[in-house]
Each structure stands twice: as structure tokens, then as C-alpha cells.
Ligand binder design. Structure first.
Ligand code: F3S
Length: 64
């Protein structure tokens, strides 16, 4: 299994919740979340899913 996360940067409103929830995968830069890994490590998968579920504008897509 390899999980990938993407942020739709035109949808993201920069709330920062994803970077707080899963800092291993998401980082804030210039008011937008960036995905900083190619694939999400197994140990970060739950936090990463949680970040996607909790994003207020559903800007995060998870492929697995
Ligand atoms: Fe943006 Fe959603 Fe994260 S609004 S900062 S992608 S929680």
C-alpha cells in the first residue's frame, strides 16, 4: 500500500489544521498547505486521513 496526499491549493483557505494534525505530511507555506512527502508513511496514515476529513473546505485528497 502506498498512500499519497494532495492539497488543492486553490481550495485551501490556509486554516492550518492539517499541518497541526499531521505535521509529518503537511506544512504551511505562504498561507497554503503543502504536502512535503511523496508517499505517506504507514505510521502517519491515520493522522493524514484525519487531516483530510477535518479540512473545512475538503481541499485534501487521499489516494491509497
Ligand atoms: Fe488548507 Fe484544509 Fe489544510 S484549508 S491548511 S488544506 S486543513
Amino acid at each position: 500500500m502506498s498512500m499519497r496526499a494532495t492539497v488543492n491549493e486553490s481550495t485551501c483557505v490556509g486554516c492550518g489544521l492539517c499541518a497541526d494534525t499531521c505535521p509529518a505530511v503537511f506544512e504551511m507555506a505562504d498561507g497554503t498547505a503543502k504536502v512535503i512527502v511523496d508517499t505517506v508513511a504507514i505510521g502517519d496514515a491515520d493522522d493524514c486521513r484525519k487531516a483530510a476529513e477535518n479540512c473545512p473546505v475538503e481541499a485534501i485528497t487521499i489516494d491509497e
